[in-house]
Design a protein around this ligand. Structure first.
Ligand code: BGO
Length: 282
């Protein structure tokens, strides 16, 4: 079967399962994955451009953690055959939910940003400058209310376009972390790529970001690759330490603090309406 795969990703409780059920016409369950077995629900879905295989990944707050949910999400994101990502966020919690969205840049796939819970945003008098929001991120944005089935046709049309006509779809804009950080990330990615060490499933830019974070699982992987792996980690450690000194931040906090900074700046530009001051205070 050659149906293009489209992944639904999002934080827990963003309404991802409700959306999946609406799009797929399947109402089997809404809720968290029952204890123990974690698997991704999947369904064939018709779009105006043709059928896609929609996969509902378990809810995760970010990529890179050691939980089974995060590993499963990463595994799907690295599979071939994935043509687009639907990043579902809760419209009232964009400051936290967009963190995961920014991490999707690494996969170089078309991203549809779904502002779910639009009913709650309306009730809170929160509005968005959608064209500016789309331009700043390099995505298509669809506002949905999964409970009342609002925005589903538009979402299906976006999914179809992203999966079947990607050349006309915007390219996700690279989150810019500043010159010093970018230089270190490029250096790490290049060093890993040219090392001759076994190719990992994740994109090099993603591996570089995790190594800059000092992500335990990623560091352990390279540490287990023998002398060359350990030499690579030492080289990386030197530039981590230097960047950390320059930024005045512990290395594991550099990228996350940059990401939250980018999100704050973005929301200041695109979020409007009487609800903003209330959201900011909460
Ligand atoms: C309960 N608008 C509103 N208002 N609510 C929504 C929307 C929306 O657009 N989309 C989803 N919800 P999941 P994850 C619930 O289950 O799909 C609601 O984790 C309840 N349940 O109905 O499970 C949705 O898959 C009792 O709410 O999210 C669900 O991403 C009381 O958001 C919750 C109140 O949706 C999470 C809510 C027994």
């Amino acid at each position: 079967k050659d149906r293009p795969t489209v992944l639904l990703v999002g934080n827990p409780n963003c309404g991802k399962t409700s959306l999946f059920n609406e799009l797929s016409g399947c109402r089997a369950f809404v809720g968290n994955y029952p204890g123990g077995v974690i698997e991704a629900a999947r369904a064939g879905v018709e779009t105006p451009d043709g059928p896609v295989e929609l996969i509902d990944l378990p809810g995760v707050y970010r990529l890179g953690g050691a939980s089974l949910e995060e590993k499963l999400a990463m595994d799907y994101l690295c599979r071939s055959g994935v043509r687009a990502i639907v990043s579902v966020v809760d419209s009232l919690n964009l400051d936290r939910h967009l963190y995961l969205t920014l991490q999707l840049w690494h996969f170089h796939l078309p991203v549809i940003l779904v502002l779910n819970m639009s009913d709650e945003a309306d009730a809170a008098l929160l509005s968005f400058d959608i064209p500016a929001f789309e331009a700043m991120l390099g995505v298509r944005i669809v506002r949905t209310d999964a409970l009342r089935r609002k925005g589903m046709e538009e979402l299906l049309a976006c999914i179809g376009q992203a999966a079947y006509r990607p050349s006309g779809y915007p390219a996700f804009r690279k989150p810019e972390y500043g010159e010093q950080t970018e230089q270190v990330l490029d250096f790490i990615a290049h060093t890993v790529e040219s090392s001759g060490l076994p190719r990992q499933k994740e994109p090099f830019s993603y591996i570089a970001a995790r190594l800059l974070d000092g992500n335990a699982a990623m560091v352990a992987r390279y540490a287990e690759m023998g002398e060359e792996g350990r030499r690579l980690l030492e080289m990386i450690e030197d530039c981590r330490t230097e960047l950390s000194r320059q930024m005045g931040l512990p290395a594991p906090e550099i990228l996350s603090s940059k990401r939250y900074g980018l999100i704050r700046g973005l929301l200041e530009e695109v979020q409007g309406g009487d609800g903003v001051s209330r959201i900011r205070r909460s």
